[in-house]
Write a protein that binds this ligand. Structure first.
Ligand SMILES: [Zn+2]
Length: 128
């Protein structure tokens, strides 16, 4: 479990962006730093996501790049992202499925879909 320290953003930090949403920090805004030094997080993301989610986001963004909501979510629906995933894994072996699963979660984040939204969508598609 990652522990975050809250502090105020000032010039001594230089020009920093939130590691989750990619927004620049505003002067005197709250900034969260983890002891694991995985990155800096803004107040909005801290409120929006659980610590487990934040940790997972950092791993995905470190591995594949980008940030949460990098692209407009209107450009692609969750259904389309899932269809792509299911088409991809239908002819792959197990190793690739793990990798494809990570990429699925990463892609959903890039378009601003939360892990909760993705899970609900997957559950819905299984019921059909
Ligand atoms: Zn943020």
């Amino acid at each position: 479990m990652i522990v975050f320290t809250k502090t105020k953003y000032d010039k001594s930090f230089g020009s920093l962006k939130c590691g989750i949403c990619g927004n620049h920090f505003k002067k005197n805004s709250d900034i969260y730093i983890s002891k694991k030094n995985i990155g800096f997080i803004c107040e909005m993301c801290m409120k929006e996501f659980s610590k487990e989610e934040i940790e997972e986001f950092f791993h995905l963004f470190n591995q594949y790049g980008g940030h949460f909501g990098k692209f407009e979510f209107s450009k692609i629906t969750l259904d389309e992202i899932l269809d792509e995933f299911f088409n991809l894994i239908s002819y792959k072996d197990n190793t690739d499925i793990i990798e494809s699963n990570l990429k699925l979660r990463h892609k959903a984040l890039l378009y601003g879909y939360t892990p909760k939204e993705l899970i609900v969508k997957i559950q819905d598609s299984i019921k059909k």
